[in-house]
Design a protein around this ligand. Structure first.
Ligand code: GLU
Length: 271
């Protein structure tokens, strides 16, 4: 009888341990390991790109992650991801958080959790100057974008007759535009502005005033990782309140930058 009891107790313990292992507690884990591993873009100025001088990845997304890590008292490790790889990387446990120009939407929210919106933009196009006035001008044309993005889905809906060519990332799509292989590149205006800002022959291109969607960005975390989501959201609200979020926006999108944009949002509890 005693033996049976011990066996039963051992079984209960195994089940309990397995359950603890299943429920992600990234907040506790990150504190324990002393590092926050963030999945970021590394070729999309001004969100995440390699700084020519320091050779380090810098940008708007990176500054948010750094603030969160500082608040946690841990170091940051930046791991480059693409639009298509960021969710699998998170779900497989290779990164702790996604800070990579990622739009929050109900479809993605079935698989991962999102923070409050920390950036807001909308989807537009880069085209050769003077060629596109309305969406009709893009009908039946080839349009470049990135695999696994909302841009890919939105453009197929907005211009069903277009042929969408999906690349690993947007700089490759822009190269295709420069080589005349596509008539336009489409994604978030903020990303397009960053690409144009860096292009040596930018005077040949433009971003016509044609917006096909709203794209609110959220930081991505594992599903039901409640403590971590709550911590990140609390930190974002603090950043809005103490002016840090606005400061980061001005640093990357202020009037003196290559990508001047207006801050049309405030971080608030939007869920
Ligand atoms: N924000 C859009 C998305 O999450 C487009 C930019 C990107 O591919 O990261 O899909």
């Amino acid at each position: 009888m005693k033996k049976l009891m011990t066996l039963f107790a051992a079984m209960v313990l195994t089940v309990l341990t397995a359950q603890v292992a299943l429920a992600a507690d990234t907040l506790a884990e990150v504190k324990k390991k002393g590092v926050l591993v963030a999945g970021v873009k590394d070729s999309l100025p001004p969100f995440g790109y390699i700084d020519e001088k320091s050779r380090e990845i810098v940008g708007y997304d990176i500054d948010f992650v750094k603030y969160i890590a500082k608040k946690l008292g841990v170091k940051v490790e930046l791991k480059p991801v693409t639009s298509a790889s960021r969710m699998p990387q998170l779900m497989e446990g290779n990164i702790d958080i996604i800070a990579a120009t990622m739009t929050k939407n109900p479809e993605r929210a079935k698989q991962i959790d999102f923070s409050y919106t920390y950036f807001l933009t909308g989807q537009k196009f880069i085209t050769k100057k003077g060629q596109v006035k309305t969406l009709k001008d893009l009908q039946g044309k080839k349009i470049g974008t990135a695999k696994g993005s909302t841009s890919e889905q939105n453009v197929s809906k907005a211009i069903p007759t277009a042929t969408v060519l999906s690349f690993d990332d947007y700089p490759q799509a822009f190269l295709a535009l420069q080589q005349g292989k596509v008539a336009a590149v489409t994604t978030d205006e903020s990303i397009l502005a960053g690409i144009l800002g860096k292009a040596p022959n930018r005077s040949k291109f433009e971003i016509p005033n044609l917006q096909i969607s709203e794209e609110p960005y959220g930081l991505g975390m594992r599903k039901d990782d409640k403590n971590f989501v709550a911590f990140v959201n609390k930190t974002l609200l603090e950043m809005e309140k103490n002016g840090e979020a606005k400061k980061i926006f001005e640093k990357w999108f202020g009037p003196k930058t290559a990508t001047p944009l207006k801050r049309t949002f405030k971080i608030n509890a939007d869920k």
